[in-house]
Write a protein that binds this ligand. Structure first.
Ligand SMILES: [Zn+2]
Length: 140
């Protein structure tokens, strides 16, 4: 099933993590349940700098429900670079690029060909993971 939605809290997490990483890039793997992105996975061996982010996809667990990637640009342009497009084409079906200032209007989603796609932001379900648990998952 095509990924068409993102949990509001997951998006908030992405924007917050991108803000904290500034001026470096934040990178992560998107995980989905059915057609909704619900979680971010940070891979061991991920290096970020002001110029680039590198993800060690060998570390990706096989059963990770990974559906794509997310990374931030310290610039105000959420437009994939040539390197981004090459990466998108290798892996996943949806890729989010967040740009400075990392607010609700400064991100875009793309398919593996680099074509912009619409992701609907949906309110978290009541019984979903608490913010503390999300934070714990991020740091574990
Ligand atoms: Zn990029």
């Amino acid at each position: 099933m095509a990924v068409r939605e993102i949990d509001e809290r997951t998006l908030d997490f992405i924007l917050g993590a991108s803000r904290s990483a500034h001026p470096n890039e934040f990178v992560g793997i998107l995980r989905s349940e059915r057609n909704k992105i619900t979680e971010i996975l940070i891979l061991p061996g991920t290096h970020t700098s002001e110029r680039s982010a590198f993800m060690n996809l060998y570390m990706l667990p096989l059963s990770s429900h990974a559906c794509g990637s997310v990374h931030s640009h310290p610039s105000p342009h959420p437009i994939p670079s040539q390197t981004d497009l090459t990466f998108f084409d290798k892996f996943g079906e949806v890729h989010i690029v967040v740009a400075s200032p990392y607010d609700a209007d400064s991100w875009k989603a793309f398919d593996r060909r680099g074509k912009e796609v619409e992701l609907k932001v949906v309110k978290s379900e009541e019984d979903s993971t608490s913010e503390d648990e999300l934070r714990k998952k991020f740091w574990d």
